[in-house]
Design a protein around this ligand. Structure first.
Ligand code: CA
Length: 641
């Protein structure tokens, strides 16, 4: 009897192991293969053209209503369904979005009760998957203590990762804020600076396939996550207890039944599927309707060159005039305006800007009780009553948007704050930029008044540190295929000053060329660009550079990755919403880079403008529609029609 029972168990195990499930992309090239291992842990792997890109990796989570990491069995599965959709975004990296994907859901039981579903959404280059956790007996809510969800990469994979920062570190206990340097092509096995890596994560496998891992759809109903690395396995990990001043739990709570965010895997032979991915938005839905049609554009920003001292009435008036001279739409007035200008005179300044056709964004401190950042205005946004009172005033005086700084946490409580700010701001017709903050995860579509997040080692560091200037071009080669590929990025760049100071004669200096500044205006995308131009550039920068920046667009119809390698160079093209194409490239290598640019977006025989070697020339597009150029070290190239 005992022997027969053992035999039965063995045959059941064999049965499960042999019936691995597969979800295939519409073209059949990208596959997710599912099984349950000997411990009863659901396991998945991913192949692309039959080549492993993610090896066997666990699925599941431990909750306060049950440990759903082992002892599970596949109970049932839906039939694969082809889903497709079209939508538009005015604030995203392109205008029109369209996808076709295969979706399939698998239900895992513990005993007789369903524990969770995992739903896979697989298109030709992207996978998104999420859990639905079931109610257990009469429990209608749970905390998810941890997930075992992981991404195990093939032996020999190279990594391009951004290490997670120490909580409550940096300026006035404001970290983590996604502001460390990337590691370019590092081996696996390290765990960043001891606390893993932020999303998005990029890998190059030994078969020269690119894999980007991220998450989307994160709002107040979950925390944002990061990846902890052990060996070759990168595991989804929740925020640290000490984030957000130690306030709020690190583990999220959810209603039951309830969903986790979507985790995403983007795969390609080149970096094009990363740069051009739309998976962050395909699987999320708008959380509310836009209260109005938000208007985007170019913005002047005195702080990046002149810092805190420039936050006074006269200099902000000078910058409003500067915006008007450029024909730009916005000014961003940074920290300390509440004391240095005051509320009454700010109303006067906003009214003056309006007469010049310039809209105003105002800086706010997010605090709150979670760090020591002293700049004002503070204490205005962290409670609903104060926030709505402040926003009513902002609407009354005609302010168009806010830049909210020093948020610095990925906890669920913080994600709820982000969401509440978006929702309230939309009621008052205000657009939102976050700084010192988390990565946006699908927010362009979820929150129609979302403009951008910083969540990058941005231009402020060019002002603070010469080292950041010395390696400035490196970052431009990775952001368009990684950080900026998954969400709008408020970098605040394109300086034409030689030095980061008001007199343009001392301070940290640029090692990049003026054409580099133009190229990054195209390579870095956000619908409201806070450029680092200064009024003196009207006379001390080349006229061709100023003329280019006067006409530069910030909203786009299309994106096309052409060539590049993170840390070396990048060539991309974007089509503006007015139909004009801009091709832009940057060289971060020590040698001049000779490249043949495809000009297929421009008709043969027509003239295009070439910006190269700090000059502007006209070129006739040849029959082959190619143009061979040599991009200098720390330089750029731009071609437009
Ligand atoms: Ca920052």
């Amino acid at each position: 009897m005992k022997l027969r029972f053992f035999t039965f168990q063995l045959s059941l195990f064999t049965f499960v192991a042999m019936t691995a499930q597969t979800v295939s992309s519409p073209d059949g090239n990208l596959k997710v293969n599912l099984s349950v291992n000997a411990e009863g842990t659901p396991v998945y792997n991913v192949t692309f053209g039959g080549v492993a890109v993610v090896e066997d990796s666990p699925l599941g989570m431990a909750t306060t209503v049950g440990d759903f990491t082992k002892g599970l069995a596949l109970k049932e599965q839906t039939t694969p369904t082809t889903v497709s959709d079209k939508y538009t975004l005015a604030n995203g990296k392109q205008a029109n979005y369209e996808f076709t994907a295969v979706e399939q859901t698998f239900t895992y039981n513990r005993g007789n009760n369903p524990a969770f579903d995992v739903t896979f959404h697989v298109d030709n280059n992207n996978i998104a998957f999420r859990y639905k956790v079931y109610k257990q007996r009469d429990r209608l809510a749970t905390m998810v203590r941890n997930e075992v969800t992981a991404f195990t990469m093939p032996e020999g994979t190279k990594t391009f990762l951004c290490p997670q920062m120490t909580p409550q570190g940096g300026f006035a206990r404001t970290t983590p804020s996604y502001e460390t340097f990337y590691e370019y092509g590092a081996e696996m096995g390290k765990n960043g600076q001891g606390r893993g890596y932020t999303f998005p994560a990029l890998f190059e496998t030994p078969a020269n396939l690119w894999v980007m891992v991220c998450e989307t759809g994160v709002d107040g109903s979950y925390c944002a996550s990061r990846l902890e690395c052990k060996g070759r396995t990168y595991t989804v990990t929740y925020p640290e207890d000490t984030e957000f001043g130690g306030v709020g739990t690190s583990a999220p709570g959810i209603m039951l039944p309830g969903y986790t965010p979507w985790r995403t895997i983007t795969v390609g032979k080149t970096l094009a599927p990363m740069a051009e991915t739309t998976i962050m938005w395909d699987v999320v839905a708008p959380r509310f309707e836009a209260s109005q049609q938000y208007k985007y554009g170019r913005s002047v920003w005195s702080w990046i060159i002149r810092m805190d001292a420039s936050c006074n009435f006269d200099e902000q008036k000078e910058y409003i005039d500067f915006a008007a001279q450029l024909g730009w739409e916005y000014i961003l007035i940074d920290a300390l305006w509440d004391t240095n200008i005051g509320y009454d005179r700010m109303a006067e300044l906003v009214a003056y800007a309006k007469t010049k056709g310039v809209g105003v964004f105002l800086w706010y401190n997010s605090n709150g009780y979670w760090n020591d950042a002293p700049q004002g205005p503070r204490g205005k946004l962290h409670t609903m009553i104060e926030r709505r009172k402040e926003m009513a005033w902002l609407k009354k005086v005609g302010v168009k948007g806010l830049k909210i700084d020093f948020v610095g946490s990925d906890k669920q409580q913080t994600m709820q704050l982000y969401e509440d700010i978006f929702a309230d701001a939309n009621d008052y017709g205000l657009m939102i930029i976050f700084h010192g903050c988390t990565l946006p995860r699908g927010w362009e579509r979820m929150y129609p008044n979302f403009v951008a997040c910083e969540a990058v080692r941005a231009s402020e560091n060019l002002s603070f540190s010469q080292n950041d200037n010395n390696i400035e071009a490196l970052a431009a080669t990775i952001h368009p295929v990684l950080r900026n590929a998954v969400g709008n990025m408020d970098f605040g760049g394109s300086a034409l000053n030689k030095f980061y100071s008001k007199n343009n004669q001392r301070g940290n200096h640029r090692v990049t060329t003026d054409v580099y500044a133009l190229a990054t205006a195209i390579l870095f995308q956000t619908p409201v660009q806070n450029f680092a131009l200064a009024p003196n550039n009207l006379t001390d920068a080349p006229a061709w550079a100023i003329d280019f920046m006067k006409a530069v667009p910030t909203t786009w119809s299309n994106i096309r990755f052409i060539d590049g390698y993170p840390g070396r160079y990048i060539i991309m093209a974007r089509q503006a919403t007015d139909g004009k194409w801009y091709l832009a490239g940057v060289n971060a290598t020590k040698e001049p880079l000779k490249v043949t640019l495809p000009l297929t977006m421009f008709p043969a025989g027509t003239d295009v403008t070439l910006y190269l070697n700090d000059s502007k020339t006209t070129q006739r597009v040849n029959k082959k529609q190619t143009l061979t150029v040599t991009i200098p070290t720390n330089g750029g190239v731009v071609v437009n029609n």
